[in-house]
Design a protein around this ligand. Structure first.
Ligand SMILES: [Cu+2]
Length: 155
């Protein structure tokens, strides 16, 4: 290997390790699914929640129709609605991702409810999750688990 090439490769490796990507993202068709995370759970008796941002770079809307993950026997997209200071949570049904727009699943709004946990969510671990879209099809993400009190992806 030439010395120049070696130096170039070394620099590239250095950049890779010195600046790891903070926001994880996965592309599926026109969609970019980014910054997935979930909250740690206490055991498995109560559901936990996962959050993610879905960006649509295409010129037509797509629809999130379902979630699959081995960690939950019934993963469901929920929405929180607040009326007269009372917040209620209910299944959101199919979620439209408008063209050239983004939908953010975040605490206080849309979220993926992980009902029927198959094992406890432990801070620092990960689990696989599949988002199913009408057009983009199946998009697989690896979801990092943050602390019980986390409010968003770490910067
Ligand atoms: Cu919920």
């Amino acid at each position: 290997m030439s010395r120049v090439l070696f130096n170039t490769l070394s620099s590239l490796l250095f950049l890779l390790f010195a600046f790891p990507a903070t926001a994880e993202s996965v592309r599926g068709g026109d969609l970019v699914v980014e910054a997935p995370w979930a909250r740690a759970s206490i055991g498995t008796s109560r559901p936990s929640a996962a959050y993610i941002t879905i960006r649509n770079e295409g010129s037509s809307a797509d629809v999130l129709t379902g979630i699959e993950t081995e960690i939950s026997s019934m993963p469901e997209v929920h929405e929180i609605k607040t009326n007269d200071n009372v917040s209620t949570m209910s299944p959101a049904g199919p979620v439209e991702i408008p063209a050239k727009d983004a939908v953010k699943l975040a605490p206080g709004g849309l979220h993926i409810m992980l009902i029927g946990l198959q094992r406890a969510l432990v801070e620092g671990e990960r689990f696989p999750m599949t988002l199913i879209f009408e057009k983009a099809g199946r998009v697989n993400v690896s979801v990092p688990i943050y602390s019980l009190g986390a409010s968003g992806p770490e910067e």
